[in-house]
Design a protein around this ligand. Sequence first.
Ligand code: HEC
Length: 136
Amino acid sequence: MKKSTKRLLSLVLFSTLISTNIYAYSDEDRIKDMQAMEKAAQQMQKGFLYNNLKDIQEGAALLKVHTKKIEPPVKGEDEFKKSYAYQTTKRESKKIVGYADESVKYFQEHRSKQAMNSFTKLLKQCMTCHARIRKW
Ligand code: HEC
């Protein structure tokens, strides 16, 4: 192999290594996102109890940022299991975003009971995932 080709190849390998390191979603990342979501959900709840739209909006926005980042904890090479885990995560995350938006929208329309309903549904999605994940 020519020297320049070798150098190019090692450069490619090196940058692949770096990028997988940067973009790999670790268990610690997941715990951080979970704790952030828990805090965000509390902020929303506080908003409902104190009748404060700003807390609901801020909590919902934070929740959305973190729920979009979640990746499931799948190890090993079982492709079926992996794709099930990723699909479930994507679906739950999408539902959480939807309910967060819905909750804010209803509260803005002074329909606080409906807003609270959406918030409850949102929390149910967290539990759905937690229950399923124990089997992964
Ligand atoms: C894609 C699946 C998934 C969804 C959706 C999800 N979680 Fe989690 N959650 C996990 C996993 C996986 C763990 C780690 C469980 C374990 O290690 O036992 C976890 C753990 C947690 C923990 C414990 C963190 C710690 O410090 O140990 C909290 C709090 C939490 N989640 C909150 C939430 C909240 C709030 C929501 C909804 C807004 C939510 N989760 C939605 C998968 C999910």
